[in-house]
Design a protein around this ligand. Structure first.
Ligand code: COA
Length: 183
């Protein structure tokens, strides 16, 4: 795939190498120890591996990795949500009916190593993940106080609801972006 700044982006359909999940979990654990996540219950390595090993079995799971000198410095992954589906847990208010009724691509993770931030890698990972998706919309959940929440706003994502995906999870902002070419 594309590369810049000595960084190589690669697309994977599923987790194709046993070592990939370990490297991803290592980076996840380091980044989600940062505030405001602070390694909270939803953000532990164990919970991450539990849900990721399940998500990777979903049809259409897609992963983009970024490495520099063969070291993982960022990743993004997601999966399609079929028509009529929405995030698990409670949503306030109910999300727009048209969005729920449509096929959507859910961005599950976007992570960049702290030393590599602010140089366009996050934007490039997300663009690669969403490139030529057939769905009309992309959705994601963002921690309201995380720097990423502001970044998504600048990148054109709009809040449609608050979602608490699990009883021990914080309330997250459910954001959406149109993927239609004319949007
Ligand atoms: C969110 C995240 C992936 C962004 O990665 P990134 O490589 O810094 O992203 P980019 O460089 O493409 O864009 C960062 C934006 O912040 C701005 N920025 C400025 N200085 C910055 C800095 N020192 N660090 C980070 N971002 C900075 C950039 O200008 C850019 O804004 P713009 O696109 O409107 O110009 C990264 O901060 C991260 O891993 N956060 C922790 C995990 C997380 O919260 N993920 C989101 C889960 S929903």
């Amino acid at each position: 795939m594309t590369g810049f700044d000595g960084i190589h982006l690669r697309r994977h359909e599923g987790l194709d190498a046993g070592s990939t999940i370990t490297a991803i979990a290592d980076l996840y654990e380091m980044v989600y120890a940062e505030p405001p996540y602070d390694g909270g219950p939803l953000f532990t390595r164990h919970r991450f591996l539990q849900r990721t090993n399940r998500q990777v079995q979903s049809p259409g799971f897609s992963l983009i990795t970024a490495d520099a000198d063969r070291v993982l410095v960022g990743f993004a992954f997601g999966l399609p949500f079929r028509e009529g589906s929405w995030w698990a847990g409670t949503s306030t208010p109910q999300p727009p009916a048209e969005l729920v009724a449509s096929a959507k691509f859910a961005v599950i993770e976007l992570v960049v190593h702290p030393a590599r931030r602010g140089r366009g890698l996050g934007r490039a990972l997300l663009a690669a993940l969403l490139d030529r998706r057939p769905e009309h919309y992309a959705i994601l959940l963002a921690e309201p106080t995380a720097p990423a929440r502001q970044i998504y706003g600048r990148w054109g994502w709009q809040q449609v609801a608050d979602v608490q995906p699990a009883p021990d999870a914080p309330r997250l902002h459910a954001l959406m972006r149109s993927l239609k070419p004319d949007a």
